[in-house]
Design a protein around this ligand. Sequence first.
Ligand SMILES: Cc1cc2nc3c(=O)[nH]c(=O)nc-3n(C[C@H](O)[C@H](O)[C@H](O)COP(=O)(O)O)c2cc1C
Length: 339
Amino acid sequence: MESKLFSPYRIKDVTLKNRIVMSPMCMYSSDTQDGKAAPFHFTHYESRAAGQVGLVMTEATAVVPEGRISYEDLGIWSDEHILGLKQINEGIHRHGAASAIQLAHAGRKADLKDPIYGPSPLPFNEQLQTPNEMSMKDIQHVITAFKDAARRAEESGFDIIELHGAHGYLINEFLSPLTNKRSDDYGGSTENRYRFLKEVITAVKEVWNGPLFVRISGNEYHEEGNTMNDFLYFAREMKKQGIDLIDVSSGGVVPASINPFPGYQISYAEEIKRRTGIPTGAVGLITHGIQAEEIVQNERADLVFIGRSLLRNPYWPMQAAEELGFALEGPRQYARAWK
Ligand SMILES: Cc1cc2nc3c(=O)[nH]c(=O)nc-3n(C[C@H](O)[C@H](O)[C@H](O)COP(=O)(O)O)c2cc1C
């Protein structure tokens, strides 16, 4: 059959061989606690590329040490991280996959002993620290850190950068009225809450010409949180700034109970794509090839991000192709397994 899931997708000068993206997933495996990649990371990312994922995206990678979720997070705050990240890239590229890095700052959700930062001094829950309210100098420091990280991402050989603006981490904390109670230019109106992300994008684009994605939480599961109208405003602004794709997840901004069902976040990606014309990625309990094919064929999203299914099975794309009756060529060495 003709599969759209297994058709190439071009963004700027980067061509993905198919529409399957490995969703960013923290592995908490930088054992040296200095943000450097460990042997686990090399095997982990290369395996998914061998499994025929079109775009392998790294886990949230911290742009400053105090922006880690844990001390075992990957980091990109120093030139010393480049060597390990290059090695991750070599593994991914060996199998014809493209690579992406998710640049992140955990904000008030950093589970660290060091001081943590956020737009407003409100803790996420009783377990985590109360963040320091960021001064203008702190804001400038983080914007510069995202820019420096983008330069290092380029030097490390990544094809695509994604900014982590979802799940209640720093960028999301500025976007959301639930976590941003500032009275300066960075808080209040939807426009002001977008300012921090806007400046991060501008700074990154000064050093990065490649495809740039942003992940957002398209539902905050709280009646006083951002609404679809806010997300559409953010999406239109991102489109104006030249963002290539919005990866639409949900939740994590404040503690909330969510009822996940198959494809539970797809409608947000679909609405943003349809109403603003910006390409989107869909993610969340997409577990079958048929489901993924349906999403791209019906143009509900342009790319399909797969998380836990790829942790269970690095060869998930092969399994999806088999389901669709599509003859996907895997690694030559394993050809007899699929004959
Ligand atoms: C172990 C694990 C770690 C995750 N870490 C990240 C992360 O670093 N960045 C991010 O944006 N999402 C993260 N997520 C969310 C996934 O990218 C994905 O959005 C979510 O798991 C839903 O997709 P799935 O149902 O296919 O797993 C993580 C999820 C898991 C299971």
